[in-house]
Write a protein that binds this ligand. Sequence first.
Ligand code: AOF
Ligand code: ZN
Length: 323
Amino acid sequence: MNAADLAFLARAVELAERGRGTAHPNPVVGAVVVRDGEVVGEGWHSRRGEPHAEPIALAAAGARAHGATIYVSLEPCTHHGRTPPCVDACSEAGVARVVAASLDPNPEVGGGPASLAAHGIAFEVAPHDSDAAVRARRQNEAWRTWIRHGRPFVTLKCAVTLDGRVAVPGRRWVSGPESRLLVHVLRAASDAVAAGMGTVRLENPRLDARDVPVARQPRRLAFGHGPLPAGSELELRSGPLAAELAALAAEDVQSLLLEGGPTLAAAFLEAGLVDKVMLFVAPVLAGSGPLLVGPLGAPLDLTRLEARRVGADILLTAYVNEP
Ligand code: AOF
Ligand code: ZN
């Protein structure tokens, strides 16, 4: 796989984003058909029940798909689901080679590489740590966890001080206004948002997305034991965490943003139910007060730590479980 291959994969990943918001609960997927180094067709999956990315890109390419390479952000499917198998579409169009940025974790769909080989079509997948591969897995991180593990992808979000505390004595907020606005963007992009009953009793949060464009408000949950404060519109979830997450997944909740409190954070971490951590670190030393997570039984290693500036704060992102 050369630099041109990786660049066309990057384009497929970019096209996939056009299905963001509408493809749910399906993944976002993009495809690019290339003949003699030239793009001859592009497509993306826009809605469940409508064609997958490959047949759309192949239709755009027409006869030029013959002998071409198709670049896909996700391995082509082999199953007769709501639409016919994409492997068949590639074969019928005379595609010579398929290059994928990621493999499909859906047990009902897999087997793309073997099926392509049976059709005499060459298949390659991008190196695991290449930019295109990482971005392709990340853009469907919620869906990949939901389809593989039958639970939502859980992001633990927290605002902390430089000394790792979740509150500053005498102040209402830890993080700055830009960070707080970004949290509303995260809420709007999540299927569900949750806090623990400790936080709910103290702050009676609404957990809705405000002051940002919202296509659909997330479900708003409280984990723990009631009663909810008067007027709260949160859904109380009092069962064991894993069972509650499985029940939510069955209702197409693929992503859950945990706006925790140290007790809830520790409970999710100890249960192995946190996939990603997002820490808004504010330039202040609190000097006293509760820490980010309660005591953990054992240290926990995270991967792909990244930092970016948000207003006066730094947003740190890292994975516990990479999708
Ligand atoms: C592809 N290309 O563009 C997409 C794929 O219910 P269906 O028939 O739409 O199938 C959905 C499954 O197909 C989905 O869970 C995922 O495994 C795969 N999505 N595959 O070849 C696409 N969107
Ligand atoms: Zn398909």
